[in-house]
Design a protein around this ligand. Sequence first.
Ligand code: CTP
Ligand code: MG
Length: 175
Amino acid sequence: MLYEIIKLVIETLVIYFPAMAANGAPVLLVKGVPIDRGAIFIDGRRLLGDGKTIEGSLLFLIVGGAVGSIYSAYTHSVFYHIYGLLSGLGAWLGDIIGAFIKRRLGIERGAPAPILDQTLFLVLASLIIKISGIETPLGLNIDLKIYLCGVSIALILHIAANYGAYLLRLKKVPY
Ligand code: CTP
Ligand code: MG
């Protein structure tokens, strides 16, 4: 049982590491040009908001692609360059769709949308990988088990990162 769980977690990390690294990287950006250039949607709110920038979008692809390149270096299979890029692209799409939904719900840029913030990027990354038919690391199939394990890991990392930032006094509250 324990062996099965450890195996699932490792497989999930191998599958989603490119998407997770891509999704986390833009936080390091201080500033960028908003993708929506300040555009307002018909509901009077920002289309996406200042949290989705062109520079941040490039980072999704660069970091996803970079992790894919590491996979390729280890496996001598060129496919993982593309696997990493597609993971970054999917994560980016999910992040953008998430911001669009948050703005329509009246949730301000940067305000948390628990679950949505941690799941949508993995849904879209999984979809893009599946639709493309690209070879997956270790030939693993992204099934519901791997997806749910990925979401759990994303939630735990999210909570841990916020708590870490609180301990480092970068945030005032631990959530
Ligand atoms: N970021 C970016 N471009 C992106 C995604 C993220 O520049 N495409 C940067 C922004 O500085 C953003 C930070 O990474 O504030 C954290 O990302 P995220 O949590 O996704 O954005 P939020 O600020 O929470 O904005 P939103 O509410 O729209 O999700
Ligand atoms: Mg956020």
